[in-house]
Ligand binder design. Structure first.
Ligand code: CU
Length: 452
């Protein structure tokens, strides 16, 4: 059976083959084939075999849109359409997206490219595509009524412009925006620097922050919700089914995070400090890069940060708003901490035998419970780690730094095995031998602080 990685690889190889053939001179080619993706697995794009060299990004639980060359122009075909997206194993959402998925595929190209993007509208209403952050002619900017008329259902419009700067950008409709974005229409747009030696990294991860309000047992997001969403997602995926960020020790790593939700998200990564190196406005010069361990991603913005992966381990990466690491929760539940519900529980169980009292000792127990759930939903927090329930959902994943991970290997290496003496332990009255002897332990050396 061909897996998705091979399929995508074949697609990209096909595109390269097309570009090297004589019909590059043809000026009257038909629409490029619209690639479709039927899976929410992370698809790894191979490094380009022709044209300018770059290190493709890794869109967690996403993929990159294939292209073809037509007379020196890089051509893409986006199809705006209703899609079924697996937000987590066993939970499907009926969304609007692009080419079979929401979020849409990542568009990758190179600074200096001329690109032509065909946008076919298979939605029941008009749409458009705004290229957030890109510098382009006014009429290509995708604001319905202002830049050009809306793309009617069953029509295809063509956007064409030069990519004059590198960086991380986004795309989304600028037509009935509230509905179309609440339904999941968005994607990332990466323009690689023409000079492959400009700020190179070994691993380049991409996360689009998005959010949905889908009642348990239903499939379609509530589009009128303004702030009280119940599913906080990365690339339309919730923990524990967001793929880990797999990294080889010593790798230079970039994480690009775009935010098209209705609120800000402070993204916090454990185990490291990092430098903010890019916004959707452009690259941050080295002298102006600042250190962080959490980076707030404002609404309608992108932040990229970089670090060198020299600390082995399993490191949490998550939104620091604690409600954003929960799945499908209601917010109108009273607090029961310190309340003895024993008598009440007995009474309720006379007519509702499955009733469970919630939250009398906090909510941590929810991670261990297996309650009967409505159709098409998943527990609030059900990620399990090596040492028990992680008690997280939503916007959470794990940066897994290991020794000896191959350059193109992003497969999950499993849980980190803490070396002896490097895991918190229960006090039993005296220190264990590893704490009292002088055997070597991991010594963390502070980095020299930069002057100024
Ligand atoms: Cu958040």
């Amino acid at each position: 059976m061909i897996n998705r990685r091979q399929l995508l690889g074949a697609g990209a190889a096909g595109a390269a083959l097309v570009s090297s053939q004589a019909w590059g001179k043809t000026t009257n080619m038909g629409l490029p084939e619209a690639a479709q993706m039927d899976s929410a697995a992370t698809a790894i794009t191979p490094r380009p075999s022709s044209g300018p060299d770059y290190n493709p990004v890794v869109t967690l639980n996403g993929w990159t849109l294939p292209y073809r060359m037509n007379n020196g122009v890089k051509e893409f075909h986006l199809v705006a359409e209703p899609v079924e997206r697996e937000l987590a194993d066993g939970m499907i959402a009926h969304l609007w997206g692009y080419n079979g998925q929401s979020t849409g595929p990542t568009i990758e190209a190179v600074e200096g490219d001329r690109i032509r993007i065909y946008v076919t509208n298979k939605l029941p209403e008009a749409t458009s595509v705004h290229w957030h952050g890109l510098i382009l002619p006014s009429g290509m900017d995708g604001v319905v009524g202002l830049s050009h008329p809306g793309i009617p259902p069953n029509k295809t419009f063509v956007y064409e412009f030069d990519l004059i700067k590198s960086g991380t950008f986004m795309y989304h409709p600028h037509a009935d925006e509230m509905t179309q974005m609440a339904m999941g229409m968005m994607g990332m747009f990466v323009v690689h620097p023409k000079d492959p030696t400009f700020m190179p990294v070994d691993r380049d991860f991409l996360i689009m922050l998005n959010a949905f309000d889908i009642d348990p047992g239903t499939y379609v997001p509530r589009i009128m919700t303004m702030t009280d969403f119940n599913l906080w997602t990365w690339n339309s995926r919730i923990f524990p089914d967001i793929d880990p960020l797999v990294v080889n020790r010593g790798d230079r790593v970039r994480v690009r995070v775009g935010n098209l939700t209705m609120t800000n998200h402070p993204i916090h990564m454990h185990g490291y400090d990092f430098k903010v190196t890019c916004t959707d406005g452009g690259w941050v010069p080295e002298s102006a890069q600042w250190p962080e361990v959490s980076i707030d991603i404002p609404v309608g913005a992108m932040r990229a940060y970089e670090f060198t992966a020299d600390h082995l381990g399993d490191w949490a990466i998550h939104c620091h708003k604690s409600h954003h690491t929960m799945n499908a929760m209601g917010h109108d539940v009273p607090t029961f901490i310190g309340v003895n519900k024993t008598e009440l529980t007995k009474k309720i169980r006379t007519f509702q035998p499955d009733y469970m009292p919630m939250g009398t000792a906090g909510m941590g127990d929810m991670g261990k419970m297996s309650m009967e759930l409505p159709d098409n939903t998943i527990p609030m927090m059900n990620g399990w780690g090596k040492h028990g329930p992680i008690e997280m959902g939503g916007m959470f994943s794990v940066v897994k730094v290991r020794e000896g991970i191959g350059a193109d290997d992003y497969s999950d290496p499993g849980w980190y095995e803490n070396p002896p003496g490097e895991q918190a332990y229960e006090w039993t009255g005296e220190l264990p031998e590893f704490a009292t002897n002088n055997s070597p332990k991991t010594i963390l050396t502070p980095k020299p602080t930069s002057k100024g």
